[in-house]
Write a protein that binds this ligand. Sequence first.
Ligand code: ADP
Ligand code: MG
Length: 235
Amino acid sequence: MITQAPAVPPAFETRELTKTYGRGSTRFDALRGVSLSIDEGASVAITGKSGSGKSTLMHILALLDTPSSGEVLMKGSSVANLGPTAINKVRNATFGFVFQQFFLIPNASVLDNVTLPLKIAGVPARERRRRGVEALDALEMADKARNRATDLSGGQKQRVVIARALVNDPSIIFADEPTGNLDSATGAIVEDILFELNASRGITLVIVTHEPELAARCDRRIQIHDGLLVEEVAA
Ligand code: ADP
Ligand code: MG
C-alpha cells in the first residue's frame, strides 16, 4: 500500500487577480490577471520595474487591499468571505510587515513601537513588555528599548521594524523594498536577519525588491511586468 503524505495547502494562492485604480480617463490597470502559489516556508522575491504592480500585489496578498476581481486563498480557503474584524485578526496574528519607510512612531520609545501590534491584539502590558524585549533581544537591540525611535540610525530603525514584525510570532513576513533606504552593508545585515528567520523558524518570506542580489537569495523569483506575471525567472 502506498501511503501519501497529506497535501499541505499553499500559504497563498491567487487566481486571476486584477486591480484597477481610478476610472474613466484616470483608469489604470495595475494588475491584469495574476495567478500564483506560494508554499509555506518558502522565500519568494517579487521583482519588476517601478510601477509594474509589485506593491499592489503584495498589499492584496497581505490583506491590506482587495482585488478588483479574482481570488486570494490562504491555506486553501478563500479570504473573500472574511469580514473586516476577521481580516484584522488574521493580519495581526499571522503577518509581520517590514516596509522601506519604516513607519515607526517617531516620539514613542523603541519598546512601545515594537509592542504596538500586541497592544492592538489586547495583550496585557507585562506580557507585551516581556515579548517586546525578547524580540529586541533577537535583533540585538534590547539595549535601545528606551530610546526614542527617531534617535536611531537607518539600520537600527529597520531592526526595530523587524522586531515589531516578529513580536506576534508571525508565520509570514511581507517585506516591501526592505533594504531600499539602507546602505549596502547595513542592507546585507537586514537581509541576513530575514533569511535566518526563514531558515530557523520556517517563516515564509514574501519580498518585493528590485535588487538582484536580494532576489537571488530567495528560493523563487516572480517577475511582474505591466501588471502581468512574467514566466518565473530561474535561479
Ligand atoms: P511597484 O510597487 O511595482 O512600483 P505599484 O504596485 O505601487 O508598483 O503601482 C502599480 C501602478 O499602479 C503604478 O503605475 C502606480 O502609479 C499605480 N497606482 C498604485 N497605487 C495607486 C493608487 N492608489 N491610485 C492610483 N494609481 C495607483
Ligand atoms: Mg512598490
